[in-house]
Design a protein around this ligand. Structure first.
Ligand SMILES: *[C@@H]1O[C@H](CO)[C@@H](O)[C@H](O)[C@H]1NC(C)=O
Ligand SMILES: *[C@@H]1O[C@H](CO)[C@@H](O)[C@H](O)[C@H]1NC(C)=O
Length: 215
């Protein structure tokens, strides 16, 4: 083979290689695009699971870092009644709850404002109906972590949140008379949803708030 032929062959090989690379990236591109679309679909699916669990439940297990003498610094939990309705009973995803500093949670968040709310499908009785144990991944749950924000008593939002809360939890009217309860909203930092085998899914907070429930 002459030098010229060798050179031409080399050029040809490079051209083929470049072409192959190009073909490969076109395939890779469409794979990435479909992966991205799937993620978007999944995100809205999991956001809806979280919103449904929050809306259907009347309470959450709320974890805080304990300030109680006997359990100091241990993670601790409490039952806290919650509500995400607007005054027309429609889900907003905004988690409202009443706290009092006479109770564990009220003391804890003021010391360390890091809380986690756990909602499970077991609360609605649906897992039992399907014969699924609460701990199995197919009994859906959502773990919502964030900070407590005490609502401003002079805001319209406060009045509406409290009105909606009392509609779902009539006993709250009685609690408010003691003057030690205050209404709060969870400032959500992170959302996990587990509703099938394969591990938890992270739901962006915006996706959670923009999810639309069918009821
Ligand atoms: C909490 O613990 C401190 C130090 O051990 C003690 O002085 C205090 O009396 C305890 N308070 C209560 C309410 O038990
Ligand atoms: C929650 O799960 C347990 C165990 O499966 C079941 O006994 C209980 O009835 C469930 N709760 C509801 C409200 O269905």
């Amino acid at each position: 083979m002459s030098n010229k032929t060798t050179f031409t062959t080399l050029l040809l090989l490079i051209a083929i290689a470049i072409d192959l690379t190009y073909c490969y990236s076109a395939l890779e591109d469409s794979r990435l695009i479909s992966e991205y679309r799937k993620q978007l679909r999944d995100t809205s699916k999991y956001a809806k699971v979280a919103r449904t669990l929050v809306h259907d439940a009347d309470w959450a297990s709320v974890g805080t870092i304990s300030t109680d003498n006997n359990t100091l610094d241990y993670p601790t939990v409490n039952v806290i009644s919650t509500d995400d309705n607007d005054i027309n009973g429609k889900s907003t995803g905004r988690i409202h709850f009443l706290l009092t500093d006479l109770d564990f949670t009220g003391k804890d968040w003021k010391h360390d404002n890091k809380v986690s709310f756990l909602y499970t499908e077991n609360q609605t009785g649906k897992c039992k109906a399907r014969g699924v144990d609460p701990m199995e991944p197919t009994c859906a749950r959502t773990l919502i972590t964030g900070k407590v924000v005490e609502m401003d008593k002079n805001s319209n939002e406060y009045v509406n949140a409290l009105t909606a809360f009392k509609q779902r939890h009539p006993s709250a009217t009685k609690w408010m008379k003691t003057h030690t309860f205050y209404i709060c909203e969870l400032n959500i930092r992170n959302i996990y949803v587990l509703n099938f085998y394969g591990g938890p899914h992270n739901v962006p907070v915006e996706a959670y708030y923009s999810a639309v429930l069918n009821y």
